[in-house]
Design a protein around this ligand. Structure first.
Ligand code: HEC
Ligand code: HEC
Length: 340
């Protein structure tokens, strides 16, 4: 009797530990879906939910200050007239509000300047995603004849004439001024250009009063039309490529096709990547007109109607478009006052 009892107790203890081990393994290997972690619902395609922008980022503040100075310095251009801020004005939503940017010697470029705000959260840089990082992106405008028309040796020579710069680089990098250090400082500054605490983020964090009823209805329309299939994740964009003109050829209807309309084709050389672009972020979108890679939509009303027609193959209903614009008004966050 006694022996059987002891055996059972031993089995019970073993079972107890096995159960703990099993649940521990389960917890380790079967993570809850991201939607459950965020307490948000995903759409049926299983896409990334929209997450709030972090309230704080830890960045090297000395690099941010140096990067800010470089970002605003026209010495980065051939003629000492154009800085990054000429086309990405922080007071103007991080862009220049021109359909196509104007740069070195007044030349007009081929594409619309996207905002630099929140660019640090994007999976790739440029409309066609040809730069993998903010650091890599900087080589573009510096060398582009229509943007800054310069080169690193020329820039380093000019900056080296300033004792303030020489001192700052020496302090931060313990080294001379170099292309890599310039890129590192500017990219760190750009990462500091994030805009947290938009009313929509307050709503996502649980404050249901942060949005008006019209804005909430606009968010519903945004989801119901299927905009979230492409404009998703923290930036409502900036995390995938998609073809512009799925239900019809927007470029043809617009007229005057040029190489600037070819998108990812420039990177991959594949015919299927023609007209494929990075889905742009919709953060602060009310402040970044005109819209699209070609700046062809002057207003959000126009842009949304084009999206409904060419990306979703549906007829736009004016009331829904107006509601979505109301929703877009909740996507503007706060830029750290250091930058204003
Ligand atoms: C003459 C105007 C002009 C100047 C000067 C300029 N940019 Fe741009 N910027 C653009 C345009 C236009 C694009 C889009 C080009 C493309 O996608 O091919 C762009 C794209 C970008 C992007 C990618 C954003 C995204 O969403 O993909 C970043 C980041 C950026 N610029 C930062 C900078 C920095 C940093 C400088 C200074 C070193 C700079 N720009 C100088 C016009 C300019
Ligand atoms: C199939 C993917 C897809 C869907 C669905 C989609 N979009 Fe887009 N959206 C894009 C792409 C790609 C672009 C960039 C087009 C270009 O300029 O080349 C874009 C651009 C935009 C822009 C311009 C942003 C800027 O800064 O230039 C707005 C605004 C926009 N979309 C809103 C919407 C709305 C609202 C919906 C739903 C009614 C929607 N989109 C549905 C892929 C999509």
């Amino acid at each position: 009797m006694g022996r059987i009892y002891r055996k059972r107790r031993w089995l019970g203890v073993l079972f107890f530990f096995l159960t703990i081990l099993l649940s521990w393994l389960l917890a380790l290997f079967i993570k809850p879906p991201v939607s459950a972690q965020w307490g948000l619902t995903m759409n049926s395609a299983g896409d990334k939910p929209i997450e709030p922008i972090p309230l704080q980022l830890s960045l090297d503040s000395e690099k941010v200050v140096l990067g800010k100075q470089l970002f605003h310095d026209p010495k980065l251009s051939e003629t000492n007239t154009i800085s990054c801020a000429s086309c990405h004005s922080l007071a103007r939503g991080g862009t220049d509000h021109r359909p196509r940017s104007r740069g070195n010697k007044g030349q007009v470029g081929t594409m619309n300047a996207p905002t630099v705000l929140n660019s640090g959260f994007q999976f790739k840089q440029f409309w066609d995603g040809r730069a993998a990082s903010l650091e890599e992106q900087i080589d573009g405008p510096v060398h582009d004849k229509t943007e800054m028309g310069s080169n690193w040796p020329e820039i380093i020579e000019k900056l080296s004439q300033s004792p303030d710069y020489v001192r700052a680089f020496d302090k931060i990098y313990d080294d001379d001024i170099s292309a890599n250090h310039i890129k590192d400082a500017i990219a760190t500054f750009e990462r500091s250009l994030y805009t947290p605490n938009a009313r929509f983020d307050q709503f996502l964090r649980g404050n249901t009063n942060a949005l008006t009823n019209a804005e909430k209805e606009g968010y519903q329309r945004f989801k119901a039309y299927g905009c979230v299939a492409c404009h998703q994740g923290m930036l409502l964009g900036g995390n995938m490529y998609q073809k512009f003109g799925i239900f019809g050829n927007y470029i043809q209807d617009r007229g005057g096709e040029s190489e600037a309309d070819w998108g990812r084709y420039h990177v991959t050389g594949k015919a299927a990547d023609r007209y494929v672009f990075k889905v742009p972020s919709l953060r602060n979108v009310i402040s970044t007109a005109p819209y699209f890679h070609d700046g062809s939509a002057q207003t959000l009303d126009e842009a949304i109607k084009i999206m409904i027609k060419y990306q979703l193959g549906r007829e736009a209903n004016q009331k829904d478009v107006d509601l979505i614009i109301h929703f877009f008004q909740t996507l503007s966050g706060e830029l750290n006052e250091v930058h204003s």
